[in-house]
Design a protein around this ligand. Structure first.
Ligand code: KIV
Length: 272
């Protein structure tokens, strides 16, 4: 595999060549480095940060400062992957000016692109960002920042009218200049239609196999986040159990005096 940096235009070429795009979320430099080394194409600093790292019940409390802090960390860990940062709630909805300024700050923090939720209501912001050189990834279907309006984390575009609206929004985002579109929690036939309708890549999550790429929250697929597991997630590891069991062994060792051994018997780097 080439170690050269993935750039925004590469994703469109992937779609043209029929090559799938693998995306995972990352929130810190160490995990970003490990995922990058594994060949992940895009590292999304998702505002899922709020739930899987910061302990909130939803993504609404995540601030721009939170995203800047974690974007800097991920950018330090990523060598090859394209780093995309989520625009948190209320950083792009109030005015186009604010949206562009906030998106610019995420790029200054090390992201190569930003992602924001919504279709037609955010088109002016998307257009202006793209005009000034800020690549934008769209996000349609389930939009977690609208959890209160929708009434929960529910599958979207399940009736034909909503499905048509979603496809129209995808086309409008493409026309506004979005370089890729996340499709979250929608029926797979709707995802297939949307994917065939646009020439920018679609990245699915809970949207079936027909998208141009897939994204998962890394804490879900690694089995770290154990409060709930969305039904579409495949868990590739169960790190929650591994971490708890390692911590229990450490507690036992410290209490029993088995750790540490005398410093005269250890070698290696003396500190962090
Ligand atoms: O915040 C996030 O992690 C996301 C993905 C679930 C697409 O938006």
């Amino acid at each position: 595999m080439s170690a050269s940096r993935i750039r925004v235009p590469d994703l469109r070429e992937r779609k043209t060549r029929g090559e799938k795009i693998a995306v995972l979320t990352a929130y810190d430099a160490t995990i970003a480095r490990l995922l990058d080394r594994a060949g992940i194409d895009v590292l999304l600093v998702g505002d899922s940060l709020g739930m899987v790292v910061l302990g909130y019940d939803n993504t609404l409390a995540v601030t721009l400062d939170d995203m800047l802090h974690h974007t800097r960390a991920v950018a330090r860990g990523a060598e090859r992957a394209l780093v995309v940062a989520d625009m948190p709630f209320m950083t792009y909805q109030v005015s186009v000016e604010e949206a562009v300024r906030n998106a610019g700050r995420l790029l200054q923090a090390g992201a190569a692109a930003v992602k924001l939720e919504g279709g037609r209501p955010v088109l002016d912001a998307v257009r202006r960002m793209v005009d000034v050189g800020i690549p934008v990834m769209g996000h349609l279907g389930l939009q977690p920042q609208s959890v209160h309006q929708v009434g929960g984390y529910l599958k979207q575009a399940t009736d034909p009218r909503d499905a048509d609206t979603l496809v129209a929004d995808a086309l409008a985002l493409q026309e506004a200049g979005a370089f890729a579109i996340v499709l979250e929690s929608i029926p797979e036939d709707v995802a297939r239609t949307a994917t065939a309708s646009v020439h920018v890549p679609t990245i699915g999550i809970g949207a079936g196999p027909f998208c141009d790429g897939q994204v998962l929250v890394s804490h879900d697929m690694l089995g770290i986040f154990d409060r709930f597991v969305p039904s579409f997630v495949k868990q590739y590891a169960n790190l929650a159990d591994t971490i708890s069991s390692a911590a229990r062994s450490y507690v036992d060792d410290v209490r029993a005096g088995r750790y540490p051994q005398s410093l005269s018997k250890v070698s290696g780097v003396p500190g962090r």
